[in-house]
Design a protein around this ligand. Structure first.
Ligand SMILES: Nc1ncnc2c1ncn2[C@@H]1O[C@H](COP(=O)(O)OP(=O)(O)OP(=O)(O)O)[C@@H](O)[C@H]1O
Length: 122
């Protein structure tokens, strides 16, 4: 196999691993399931109220980022539990920080939602 072929084969394998990870997150993680459901509901509402192209871009990025952050939070929790399955204040702190990062963006997502939808509703 040439060097160029092995590069593309490796990239394809990496995409396969990432796809498996995304599938696992959506099928097994309740927090991700909730965020995906919210994303689908917001997309349906977006069609109903007729978002502009810019609003669609902002909403789609916001939905994608919150799901991606939830996924990273889950990965951090898995690493923490693997490294130290027993109770430890540092593990608690690490998990709280990761959850805090998701929470901060969730607040931003709510603000973005209000900015987009309030003028359409009121
Ligand atoms: N091993 C541990 N040591 C210390 N505190 C922990 C430990 N595991 C969890 N905690 C505390 O409990 C909180 C919840 O942890 P958990 O792993 O259940 O996260 P979660 O966000 O509720 O998980 P899930 O994403 O599965 O709903 C953590 O944020 C942390 O404060």
């Amino acid at each position: 196999m040439t060097k160029k072929e092995s590069f593309f084969v490796n990239r394809l394998k990496s995409i396969g691993f990432a796809f498996r990870g995304a599938r696992l997150l959506i099928l097994t993680e309740s927090s991700i399931k909730i965020q995906v459901c919210i994303g689908i509901i917001m997309t349906i509402i977006g069609f109903l109220v007729g978002l502009s192209p810019t609003e669609w871009i902002i909403q789609t990025i916001t939905i994608g980022l919150i799901i991606a952050l939830e996924g990273l939070n889950t990965a951090i929790e898995e690493v923490a539990d693997f490294i130290h399955p027993e109770f430890h204040p540092k593990i608690g702190l690490i998990k709280d920080l990761a959850a805090g990062a998701v929470f901060i963006f969730a607040m931003i997502a709510i603000i973005v939602g209000c900015i987009i939808y309030f003028p359409k509703i009121f």
